[in-house]
Design a binder for this molecule. Structure first.
Ligand SMILES: C[S@@+](CC[C@H](N)C(=O)[O-])C[C@H]1O[C@@H](n2cnc3c(N)ncnc32)[C@H](O)[C@@H]1O
Length: 285
């Protein structure tokens, strides 16, 4: 016999996301994800045992968030939920980070820095090699106190990770800037900044690298080889002298040509890390 699960849809003002997520866990959700979002409303789909009645959830959620709208959705079969949940798990990355999808409860005790992420439509769940290579480079090269530009922030994962490396140290103004030309990514990244409570460290702005001003100690850019190539002058412009550039999104077969193209720039290659056919390059300017 195929077992089914019950789906409910929760729509509420975005500032209540953390509260609703905590309640979903308390009510033993089998998993949840953000279906859509705008400045006014966030819609989350959450799954429960098939026996769960809407009335058993309504009172508690409405008492916490009176503006919340709760709807019952379809019943979905077990195989689908099992597959979907299997992809949702906490993933350790490098020596210091633990990426925890928003639908998964973070472990109570961990020595790692937890990055809570709801990537939605944006790139940056931590599952891609290019992101992981950047996270490993950040834990090696990024130090609290340094100003960081995250070019193409996507879900905000790299900017949030850099903020975690500050530990309890609070800056007088946000030292980390995440930019993305895609407005959807900007929305998602801002939401993840709130979810991780790193607003004192991180600002997210919509825009392309070519129109970004500033002078940063460290620049991380997980783009594509052609984008990195065409943005080399812009990267040079935003990084300080003796600053660090971490470049990712490069396939191994694209590496040589990029290295050649950048050889006359006066950047010093200080590291290259590889995973699954991808390479990240680290330069000192
Ligand atoms: C591969 S994703 C990286 C996401 C995240 N930083 C990570 O490492 O997982 C690249 C992102 O860069 C953005 N992007 C591409 N070119 C850009 C540019 N020139 N300026 C700003 N953002 C750019 C895209 O919209 C996309 O969200």
């Amino acid at each position: 016999m195929t077992k089914s699960w019950k789906e409910f849809r929760f729509t509420f003002p975005p500032q209540h996301e953390e509260h609703v997520t905590a309640l979903l866990h308390d009510e033993a959700t089998l998993g949840s994800y953000v279906e859509s979002q705008s400045e006014q409303a966030l819609t989350v789909r959450a799954y429960f045992e098939i026996s769960r009645e809407l009335s058993s959830l309504r009172d508690r959620f409405l008492a916490a968030v009176p503006q919340l709208v709760l709807e019952e959705g379809v019943a979905v079969d077990q195989n689908w939920v099992r597959k979907w949940r299997a992809g949702l798990r906490a993933v350790p990355i490098g020596k210091r980070f633990l990426v925890v999808p928003a639908g998964v409860r973070p472990p109570k005790a961990t020595r790692r820095w937890v990055l809570r992420l709801n990537a939605g439509m944006a790139f940056g769940t931590g599952s891609h090699q290019t992101t992981r290579l950047c996270l490993q480079a950040l834990e090696k090269f990024y130090r609290p106190g340094a100003r960081l530009l995250d070019v193409g922030t996507g879900s905000g994962i790299l900017a949030i990770a850099a903020a975690r490396l500050w530990g309890q140290r609070r800056p007088s103004r946000a030292p980390i800037l995440g930019i993305d030309q895609d407005p959807v990514a900007v929305e998602v990244a801002r939401r993840n900044v709130r979810l991780n409570r790193v607003a004192p460290w991180v600002r997210i702005r919509q825009g392309a690298l070519s129109e970004t001003a500033g002078s940063f100690d460290c620049v991380v850019a997980n783009l594509t080889a052609p984008e990195l190539r065409s943005n080399a002058d812009a990267l040079d412009r935003v990084v300080k002298r003796s600053g660090r550039i971490i470049l990712s999104g490069i396939l191994e077969e694209e590496e040589e040509e990029l290295l050649r193209g950048w050889s006359g720039r006066g950047w010093k290659l200080t590291g290259a890390a590889r995973e699954g056919g991808w390479v990240a390059l680290v330069y000192l300017t």
